[in-house]
Design a protein. Sequence first.
Length: 279
Amino acid sequence: MIECRAVPPAGPVRWDALSWRQIAEIRAAGVDMAILPVGATEQHGPHLPTGVDSLSVEAVAEGVSAATGIPVLPTLAYGCSLGHSRKWPGTLSLRPETLAKMVAEIADWLAASGFTRLLVLNGHVTNWAPLRCALENIRADLPDVRIALRSIWDISAEVRGLYEYDGGGNWHANDAETSLMLLLRPETVDLAAAVDEPNRAACCFFSYTVDKESLTGTVGTPSRADAGFGRRLLDACVDSLAAQLRLALVEKTPLEDWTGPSTPSPADRPPPARPSHGD
């Protein structure tokens, strides 16, 4: 029987490698959470494969699964990549509403199997808005399901710093992503073809598609990449998220944890100090 315990399983618990009996045993053991990795298939500059976002988010999800015993669902390898335009071949995109509906339908079937805690783990920047819409629909339509949405670069402040240092908030196929691929799939990386490009949109007011920002589809410094940095990044993602999910497995709603009176009193908590107007 697979369960979430102090001694983790030998490897990731992959939903699609289990029989229905094994899935039922996981649930009976008290694990009611699953992780849904959502990636993308899109251009990643001249030096990286189109599957970077899917491979990256899957590696994080499987690392966390191996550390906690939480099953990981099959990765959604198509995301909302409309912003990458049709300039470069290779991108395969869903419309935002399609992605949101897919995730909501997966959550519905997951709940039918008794798994009422779901982490949607995002590996592509512009998946965020459709996935947030999916979260809203799931909370409304499946009120017994507890759902969370996290992007791998937002797992912790440390992880965000590692991802963003060479591109600010607008990075793509950069040092971090290239280093991860050198760790996970080195045979797919052509560092000789890597081109460093600055974040030209840093001072822009409007949002532009990648073909209006980058000559090669890259933003950042992939020429600096190495597998050691990829290992540091992956370990930081897995360690921090695994610690968060161990707590999430037993998390109660705020009111379930509430030990005060059924009707709050103004005296329960003093109001915060109002900011001063200055001198």
